[in-house]
Design a protein around this ligand. Structure first.
Ligand code: GLP
Length: 261
């Protein structure tokens, strides 16, 4: 696991966008794993900026999103399919038909989840998956207690996550759907490169567990310790509870530029 403690949002945007651009440079038909939430937004904005400047094209790429609320109407602005479109995919040249997300309106949820996992495999697997992290250590919507071997499935959101996400629903936790579909932890672990982004002190406990804690379903993100290629991109506040922060800083500072991604 590589931990990069950045100077803040600008550096996160640059390093995160570099990861996507370097991948698309060597593999224009790459499969991208996209995440909603606030954390990836500076990276998405930087990708849009580079795309508009002609520096990167997504025309050959395919994308899969991590998760979706169950039951939100197709035109609901907080439906993750709509969120990812307005935050990124409508602003770049990716083909809209190649942006996939779990179907939160499916009649047969189990079949839709199995089909989603199969579609990722069929596309060749995710090359680069961007991830945020919940204050309770969830990734995608794999809440504490999630099986570390889980596949895409329906989950019940915790009260904490509904409070955290209430800001997108007029501040009312009751307005946040109770159920969601989410890629499982084992599904996410199959991506070739995982890029987890977090900022702010509220994420520091989750980041502490992710990087230096024991692997446990109580802190689902800790499964990433078993992945061979994880980049943790954080600011100083999110890093504030890391015991080895000086070491991570030193390691990244001494890394030759050609070794970065
Ligand atoms: C939601 C999403 C996660 C995201 C998390 C953190 O619960 N399902 O994918 O990582 O929120 O969001 P934020 O980046 O806004 O803090």
């Amino acid at each position: 696991m590589e931990v990069i403690i950045t100077s803040g949002p600008d550096e996160i945007a640059t390093i995160g966008a570099d990861a996507f651009c370097h991948l698309l440079d060597r593999k224009p038909e790459a499969v991208l794993g996209l995440a909603t939430g606030s954390s990836p937004l500076t990276i998405y904005d930087e990708l849009v900026r580079r795309h508009e400047a002609g520096a990167v094209s997504f025309a050959g790429a395919t994308a899969f999103t991590l998760d979706e609320y169950v039951g939100l109407p197709a035109d609901h602005p907080q439906r993750y399919r709509n969120v990812i479109a307005s935050e990124l995919t409508d602003r770049i040249d990716i083909h809209p038909g190649r942006v996939h997300g779990p179907d939160g309106l499916a009649e047969d949820i189990a079949a839709a989840c199995a089909a989603y996992d199969a579609a990722i495999v069929q596309a060749g697997g995710v090359d680069l998956q961007i991830l945020g992290i919940g204050t309770d250590g969830h990734i995608a919507f794999n809440e504490p207690g999630s099986s570390l071997a889980s596949r895409t499935r329906i989950k019940t959101l915790t009260a904490q996550t509904r409070v955290d996400n209430a800001r997108f629903f007029g501040g009312d936790p009751e307005a946040v759907p109770q159920h969601c579909l989410t890629q499982g932890l084992a599904t996410i672990m199959e991506a070739r490169h995982l890029l987890l982004v977090a900022t702010g002190r509220a994420k520091s406990e989750a980041i502490h567990h992710l990087v230096e804690g024991a692997v446990s379903a109580m802190w689902p993100a800790t499964i990433l310790q078993h992945h061979p290629k994880v980049t943790v991109l954080i600011d100083a506040a999110a890093a504030s509870r890391l015991a080895l922060s000086d070491y991570y800083r030193e390691t990244y500072a001494s890394k030759p530029a050609w070794q970065r991604f």
